[in-house]
Design a protein around this ligand. Sequence first.
Ligand SMILES: Nc1nc2c(c(=O)[nH]1)N[C@H]1C(S)=C(S)[C@@H](COP(=O)(O)O)O[C@H]1N2
Ligand SMILES: [Mo]
Length: 354
Amino acid sequence: MKMEGNQTAKGVRVMTENPLNAETPPIYLRSWITANSVFFDRNQNALMESPIDIADWRLTICGEVEKEVELTFDEILRMPKATVANTLECSGNGRSLLAEKAKGNPWTIGGVGNAVWGGVWLKDVLQQAGLRESAKHVSFEGFDKPAGSAGIKFIRSIPIEKALSSTLLAYEMNGEPLPLKHGYPLRGLALGWTGANCIKWLSRITVLGKPFEGFYMDKVYRIFQKDQEPRTGEVVAGIPLKSIITQPLVSEKLPAGPVVVLGAAYGGEAGIKSVEVSTDGGQTWRSATLIGPNELYAWRQWQYIWDAQKSGVHTLMARATDNAGNRQPETARWNVLGYCNNGFRGHAVTVEIV
Ligand SMILES: Nc1nc2c(c(=O)[nH]1)N[C@H]1C(S)=C(S)[C@@H](COP(=O)(O)O)O[C@H]1N2
Ligand SMILES: [Mo]
């Protein structure tokens, strides 16, 4: 089976090499599909150097189930297949655009990408094991190398409702086998939820009577303030409503005349209703046109034709509204780990008309 390795493509902005954390440059965020070769990378641990031998791989389903099940990769391939477009975003995306600095990788806008994923529904896999009445949460465990000398494994859980309604186990990404650095051979995808709920290199799924307790559940991926215990903060779940400008680029110099402003808007489980654009730093707003495919869990592309006549520096902003009536905030609420920055002011793009 042909499969991509761990190489990072040219132009991708590497923030740390080991573990690999790299963001997609804006020009590659202009298409509806984000190519696998430039898709962002977010890893807590060192990447494995070579793929597991598929014949040795097993997925174990255990915990609050009627009977423990172990599936081979072939058995997964023989199950009914689902193909779903889903935008994946790291909860730290946009962190470096916060007015007050927060700890973590300095993502700008490129900790996000959209792909068409092929796989099986988690609910179909859970059905084979049979849920007990006590089933409340489902935890996912990756077989990546545990972090630090304490050997902390990447394990996180999601509520049973999400697991049964809209969680995919993906073995295919944009028509190719899941690339090694994106979780080969199988990853979880809680559709419309942030990346931390989408565990790569899956090996074990445990049905639990309550949320999993551990480092990656209780110390990080929570929204908390400086004087607050992390585990009392909210767990990151759904992708916050947001719009990004992918064209023109920050600080780009453009000739006077029509400027095609392009972007993408996304908000997890609620589809995008509208996007507005300001070309005067947020004083006045005009409607953008939604373009491209419209799929529930995927971002929506938009464009706005700006007739730029005045020379000088201009500040462009975009703000989205979703189908549930939520509006993107002007400024996101700061938190210690800088998660979920969806403030439209911080995402402004300043350009010069010459
Ligand atoms: N096993 C495992 N799964 C993981 C992670 C990890 O470090 N290990 N990182 C998570 C985070 S924080 C994000 S944002 C996404 C990133 O997925 P990608 O690297 O395929 O873009 O994977 C998630 N799944
Ligand atoms: Mo993430």
